[in-house]
Design a protein around this ligand. Structure first.
Ligand code: 5AD
Ligand code: SF4
Length: 452
């Protein structure tokens, strides 16, 4: 298992990798590193010594892409200083923009999310004036046989991709175009990867998919042996009671009672669900093609909380989608108040070329209105997060130690099962230990705790 970073070998060419976007991209970079190591590369954190510079990119909002264009200009400076350097743009932006990335005359290699196996060959063939590109999407590729090289440094928590692509066509979203159709990874390879991580000292795995609730492995021999997401969760949870299991992202239209009951059955399945609502207005949800209503969403939340009263809930919210009225916006605020999310990722709507919304609906909420609505949403969530944390004061939690606190190196940090970050005195504990902590005070982001 290649989860330990190789000792730097002076004779090997060096690759420098920057990763943008979602957790899936972080895991993809680990797959890319595995493939490149097999081809003789060693990872470097120093861009100045890299012969290969890669940016694994995100297209979800325009500002994510603008950041990458800025980075490409920085890479130009590296190439001016060291002309042999190869620059590769991979991931979602590579898939979306394809040869347009070559107009910069900086980029030598363009590879989409399903073509990483060909990356070593693309890099070898790239030459000045002869850039290389592979943006073919696949119906089968899951990189199931590739052991990602873990780039995180804590050695405690790891991502495992269980599926790729997405079959939902939310009207605002570019992902189905950049990551292709949904396909599930063979469950045996997922369980093996999780078990190997556990044997190597990891204590938490995060199962990743664009929509984990639609995970379905169709057994080639018998339909009786098909595996759905609830069954996969159980298989991973059974590896060891000391291996925590998390997952992301759940879709409100698909999260099943079976998944909720399976979570409740296993102590080591973390009681936290990331359940993006996007909007509290039925008119907006319909236009977004989310395929559920506000009432359905609230019903799912009620079910989750009736089975697991302390389950953490987080969400994603978009402010200022096409045609959003003040009333629609107030519906979002009232839904947030009603659910009382523990945390949220909140965004202004950003039109993405080629999506259904870009084709059908004008992006007509003025920028200042979008910003004002987003600010109200953020202010409300800050209050809800703080209130949610205040309720934890005095309670005792079992926390998995992930590392040393950034603010104070005599303190450690870790997470509760419900995904709240705790900081507490080190007291001789180390990353990978489970410790009991009591919450003493809080901010909207952190539970300040003491050892029990
Ligand atoms: N504009 C703004 N936010 C978006 N998201 C996805 N597409 C867009 C877009 N075009 C948000 C959604 C999604 C999260 C990953 O990003 O909230 O859940
Ligand atoms: Fe991830 Fe979506 Fe961004 Fe692609 S576009 S990196 S899938 S968040």
């Amino acid at each position: 298992m290649k989860n330990i970073r190789p000792i730097t070998d002076v004779s090997r060419p060096k690759v420098y990798i920057e990763t943008y976007g979602c957790q899936m991209n972080v895991n993809d970079s680990e797959v890319i590193l595995s493939l490149l190591e097999d081809d003789g590369y060693a990872l470097t954190e120093n861009i100045g010594e890299a012969s290969l510079i890669l940016a694994n990119t995100c297209s979800i909002r325009d500002n994510a892409e603008q950041r990458i264009w800025g980075r490409i200009e920085q890479f130009r400076l590296q190439k001016e200083r060291r002309p042999g350097v190869v620059v590769g743009i991979v991931g979602c932006m590579a898939e979306r923009l394809k040869e347009k990335l070559l107009d910069s005359h900086v980029v030598d290699v363009v590879a989409g999310p399903d073509s990483y196996r060909s990356l070593p060959e693309l890099v070898r063939s790239a030459a000045p004036g002869a850039p290389q590109m592979n943006v073919e999407l696949s119906r089968e590729e899951t990189y199931a046989d590739i052991t990602p090289v873990r780039m995180d440094k804590n050695g405690v928590t790891a991502f495992i991709s269980i599926m790729r692509g997405c079959n939902n066509v939310c009207s605002y979203c570019v992902v189905p175009y950049t990551r292709g159709v949904e396909r599930s990874r063979e469950p045996g390879t997922i369980v093996r990867e999780a078990a190997e991580l556990f044997a190597n000292g990891y204590r938490e795995v995060n199962l990743l998919g664009q929509n984990v609730d639609s995970y379905l492995w169709k057994d080639p021999v018998s339909a009786d042996r098909d595996v759905n997401f609830a069954q996969l969760l159980e298989m991973v949870a059974k590896i060891s009671p000391d291996l925590r299991v998390r997952f992301s992202t759940s879709h409100p239209k698909d999260i099943s009672d079976e998944v909720i009951y399976t979570m409740a059955m296993y102590d080591n399945i973390c009681k936290h669900i990331h359940l993006p609502v996007q909007s509290g207005s039925n008119a907006m949800l319909a236009k977004m093609r989310r395929k559920y209503t506000r009432e359905w969403y609230l019903g799912r939340v009620e079910k989750i909380r009736s089975v697991m009263p302390d389950c953490g809930l987080s969400t994603d919210i978009i402010a200022g989608f096409c045609g959003e009225t003040q009333e629609d916006h107030l519906d979002t605020l009232s839904l947030m108040e009603e659910v009382k999310f523990d945390s949220a990722f909140m965004f202004q709507y950003s039109e993405r070329p080629g999506t259904l919304a870009a084709r059908k609906y004008p992006d007509d909420v003025p920028p200042d209105v979008k910003t004002a609505r987003l600010n109200e949403i953020i202010a409300l969530q800050n209050r809800l997060s703080r209130e949610s944390n205040e309720k934890e004061i005095g309670k005792v939690f079992r926390v998995l130690v992930e590392g040393v606190s950034k603010r104070n190196d005599s303190e450690l940090f870790g997470r509760t099962g419900s995904n709240k970050v705790c900081v507490f005195p080190a007291g001789g504990h180390r990353p990978g230990d489970y410790v009991e902590v009591k919450v003493l005070s809080c901010t909207s982001a952190t539970l300040v705790s003491g050892l029990v």
